[in-house]
Ligand binder design. Structure first.
Ligand SMILES: Nc1nc2c(ncn2[C@@H]2O[C@H](COP(=O)(O)OP(=O)(O)OP(=O)(O)O)[C@@H](O)[C@H]2O)c(=O)[nH]1
Ligand SMILES: [Mg+2]
Length: 186
């Protein structure tokens, strides 16, 4: 039986929009929420849609919390690395991806969110494609402060999770096959 309880970790530098993304998933986006309140430690929420029950971990981006990042990431089924799409932030986000790839299982997708796509291009805001070229992981553009982007965010997560479940079920089938073969040989 497939396990539909999944762990999603949202990481990235401070003020890139991680908590806003969690709120968008929870459908709680309102104008008054735009005030920046840095997350202390982490926040954990459960989000349900379709057959999925998502445990979403939103990690405070301040440097003092980085010491706990490896414990926090362990057992993730999907990791979102959030950038604010400014060149400096994107370049600095590479280390989050390197770090994460050493912690999570090989079949856990690490994807990037090029957030704040509403910001002016003239001020250096990069398109998702450019961010993807730099980070070398699948990258999706997003404007997390817009409630209308909720469907887009859910579709991104669904798409990635479907891949996770396909891989999981293949692995399970392989294991059953292996057990059957062992049984036949014995
Ligand atoms: N313009 C714009 N602002 C955004 C967007 N997403 C988030 N913000 C704003 O960016 C600020 C920081 O957002 P948070 O979601 O609190 O950032 P965070 O990544 O959780 O920050 P830490 O908890 O400190 O790690 C807030 O003022 C948000 O309203 C976006 O898509 N566009
Ligand atoms: Mg936060």
């Amino acid at each position: 039986m497939l396990n539909d309880l999944v762990k999603i970790s949202i990481i990235g530098h401070p003020a890139t929009g991680k908590t806003t993304i969690l709120k968008l998933l929870l459908e709680n986006i309102e104008k008054k929420d735009r005030l920046y309140i840095p997350t202390q430690g982490f926040d954990l929420k459960t989000v349900k849609f379709d057959q999925f029950s998502l445990r979403v971990w939103d990690f405070g981006g301040q440097t003092s919390y980085l010491t706990y990042l490896d414990d926090y990431l362990a057992g993730s089924d999907l990791v979102l690395v959030v950038t604010d799409s400014s060149p400096r932030n994107v370049l600095n986000s590479r280390r989050f991806i390197e770090f994460t790839s050493n912690i999570v299982e090989k079949d856990c997708p690490i994807i990037a969110i090029a957030n704040k796509q509403d910001l002016c291009k003239e001020y250096g805001r990069m398109e998702a494609k450019r961010v993807e070229d730099i980070l070398k992981v699948k990258t999706y553009g997003l404007t997390a402060i817009e409630s209308s982007e909720r469907k887009k965010l859910i579709d991104i997560i669904k798409k990635e999770l479907n891949q996770v479940f396909i891989r999981r079920s293949l692995k399970e089938s392989m294991n059953i096959l292996k057990e059957d073969l062992n049984y036949m040989i014995e």
